[in-house]
Design a protein around this ligand. Structure first.
Ligand code: BTN
Length: 325
């Protein structure tokens, strides 16, 4: 919906208060057909507006979506550096893209880009990431650890642990991690993590950690191709989750684990990660870009590389793949 039209429609609903606006009234107001009105109403519903529709009366808004603001996230945030510098955007192509630009501009470590909506959200392996307005957490965090390139995947695993702990703290739900970075609840994906780098051969300049979290989507909000594989915290918990609070938990947990990692290395993070991992010890299929390997997942190395033992006892190191259980 064009933004002017959207504004006109929302203003009309605001002015109407508790009263209903008939379909014909809306059609005349914004100069479109009754079918187009219905489509606009459906679009608002997908954005998280709750609208009541009553025959012969029309429509009224009974709940507006929870919008994020940078101030709301900052309020009560107890971290030392993560999330102290927030770039909040209403709609972007991808928060990763903006974070990459900012990383070149040398913004402070811990800077975060958050958007209400991504038009071209990116997932791993060049996939699209569905990022509808107001319902999820779409954000990219800039870190600058002094570690060699080979250790970068450890940060993805660290982030996965931080997110799982934040979900547990906020909802009581216990998510699981599917290597390397899928966070699942009841077998469906609730969060994905995409780590990208600015680096030289031996040194990382910046790490851009993208976190995509399905928070308040209803089942019908997911497109067909995601219906059976994706879920949200709202679906699993049956309650709307305040995104700003969840973000604060994620920031605090990443920071806590990051300090632990810088002090003690990857080992304590690895233990935590393994305690949440579902694939370890199981027979799995790893689809890499070039081949498919079946075998038993033995665990991860200190570099975060998955070790897979095939039926001949040969151990394969898997750096990047899709895992089927
Ligand atoms: C995955 O494929 O599982 C990773 C998904 C990562 C999505 C997040 S949403 C915020 C950030 N911006 C993007 O375009 N992608 C990441």
């Amino acid at each position: 919906m064009q933004s002017e039209l959207r504004k006109e429609l929302l203003d009309a609903f605001t002015n109407a208060g508790d009263s209903f606006l008939s379909g014909q009234y809306i059609a005349d107001l914004i100069g479109c057909s009754r079918t187009a009105v219905w489509k606009h109403i459906e679009e608002l519903r997908r954005e998280g507006f709750e609208l009541e529709a009553v025959r012969r009366k029309g429509y009224r808004i009974i709940r507006t979506p929870e919008k994020l603001t940078a101030d709301e996230i900052r309020l009560g945030l107890k971290t030392k550096f993560i999330g102290k510098n927030i770039f909040y955007e209403e709609s972007v192509e991808s928060t990763q893209k903006i974070a990459h630009q900012l990383a070149y501009e040398n913004v402070p470590e811990g800077t975060v880009v958050i958007a209400e909506e991504q038009i071209s959200g990116r997932g791993r392996m060049d996939r699209k990431w569905h990022s509808p307005k107001y319902t999820g957490i779409w954000m990219s965090l800039i870190l600058r650890p002094q570690i060699p390139l080979t250790k970068a995947p450890q940060l993805t695993l660290l982030t996965a642990v931080a997110v799982v702990q934040a979900i547990e703290e906020m909802t009581g739900l216990i998510p699981e991690i599917k290597w390397p970075n899928d966070i699942l609840i009841n077998g469906k994906k609730v969060t994905g993590i995409l780590t990208e780098l600015h680096a030289e051969a031996d040194r990382i300049h910046s790490t851009i950690i993208g976190i995509g979290m399905n928070v308040n989507q209803k089942q019908e909000d997911f497109p067909n191709e995601l219906q059976t594989i994706a879920t949200s915290l709202f679906i699993e918990k049956g309650e709307v989750i305040t995104r700003a609070n969840l973000i604060k938990h994620i920031f605090a947990n990443i920071e806590k684990l990051y300090f632990l990692y810088l002090d003690e290395g990857f080992f304590p993070i690895k233990l935590l990660w393994e305690s949440y991992a579902i694939s370890i010890g199981k027979q799995i299929r790893a689809r890499t870009l070039t081949t498919t390997i079946e075998g038993k997942a033995l665990g991860i190395t200190d570099e975060g590389v998955l070790q897979l033992e095939d039926q001949h006892g040969k151990i394969h190191s898997i750096y990047s793949a899709d895992i089927e259980l």
